[in-house]
Design a protein around this ligand. Sequence first.
Ligand code: KIV
Ligand code: ZN
Length: 513
Amino acid sequence: MPRLIKIFDTTLRDGEQSPGASMTSDQKLMLARQLARLNVDVIEAGFAFSSQSDFEALQRIAAEVEGPTICSLARAKPADIDRAWEAIKLAPKRRIHTFLSTSDIHLQHQFRLTRDEALKQSVEMVQKAKGYVEDVEFSPMDATRSDPTYLYEVLTAVIEAGATTLNIPDTVGYTHPHEFGALIRGIRENVIGIQTVVISVHCHNDLGVAVANSLAAVAEGAGQVECTINGIGERAGNASLEEVVMALRVRSQLYDADTGIVTEEIMKTSRLASKTTGLMVQPNKAIVGANAFAHTSGIHQDGLLKDGTTYEIMRPQSVGLGQSKMVMGKLSGRHAFRAHLKDMGYMLSDDELNAAFDRFKHLAGQKKEIFEEDIEAIVSEEVQNLPASYVLKHLRVESGTDLTPKATIELEIDGTPAKHEETGDGPVDAVFRTITKMATTPSTLISYSVKAITGGMDAQGEVTVKIEADGRTVTGNGASTDIIIASAMAYLNALNTLTYWKSKQTHDVSTTV
Ligand code: KIV
Ligand code: ZN
């Protein structure tokens, strides 16, 4: 039996630190449910002290998501530990993850602590966390740029204080596989009590080797890998969950290790994470990129037709690809729709279900076949529960080879009808100019992308926009068989998200880790 490596997903915490990737608490809950279906071992669902919205999302996930351990990050400070406990206490399996740097660079220049002071603070905060939960994780931040002797000393002390997982972060993405493997070996050989705890690793991708570093650590005995869906996270991101998991699945004999991940859920999770954060997946990204299983060379295609193993080291089906299932048609009723959503793992309130069903019926009138991906797009928009400040009532666009594109839009803004028209360089530009003129908050478009959700001429187009307003970047999505309508929906969704964040503005602390 291969060793089972725990997968600690930090998409909702480190992943959310990617610029513009803020998620609403409904989006986080939906993604956490999907992570549970993927069968991750631990969900780091946020940093309770950092903001009221993180706290609320953690509380909801702790109360509602079954299966994985739910974890909150906390600096090694009493108020952070108290807040983390308040946020996770309803979870059947819960963990507090506390951290303090061990590198002299951080201790001298950032924290202004001596080594002795930092060690004492780490021990005290592990003890405090232990007063709340059995399961305590400690991270010596910037471990890879720390003096190993001091690192061993801190790790020995926090084990004695009760830490059950020691996470070794490569905070700045500096280390390399052979060096990181040697560090993990050094920890195993020099830290007293290490055999009683789990060694974890948390690698950043600044030099493009986060996954390789994580795998080198597994080879040296690490029992937990921290990672994110699509590899998102601070700066260049974290080790990508799907890459670590598939490397261990495909080369399980080499590592004598595997994970408990239900790999068939990978694509669905990747799509949901990309949609909710607005961070696109590059086409050539391993495992989840659009080209990851596309073979164009004639020689490869010839081989594949003869035998799949010639050029495929894993089957696309094993990550949930190639399974676009035609699920429902225009005759399907509300009951069947609800049952189907349940099968797909979505639990909707009556209001959400009614709104999603209306959209499904409308779509079924426009599109011959409805696939699971179409339903995912509808559902993920309907469960956001955003304030309905901007509601699209009517949209008319004129465009053509000999016309100046013009959009006429009717909105309801906070319940008051409004109508306006503008011209633009193209139909989408005209729509966006009209909406921005009508909106109460000035905003700037940062990025725009459109992709077909499934194949076929009648596929829905899914539009993602990123806009900047009031110093905040937010994402909006819209899906429709008409991409001009999808574009308008996406912009309005972004404006509604902005209204949501404005209503949540509280005591957010500066906590980039
Ligand atoms: O990168 C890092 O060091 C972190 C820690 C909080 C684990 O995210
Ligand atoms: Zn990190």
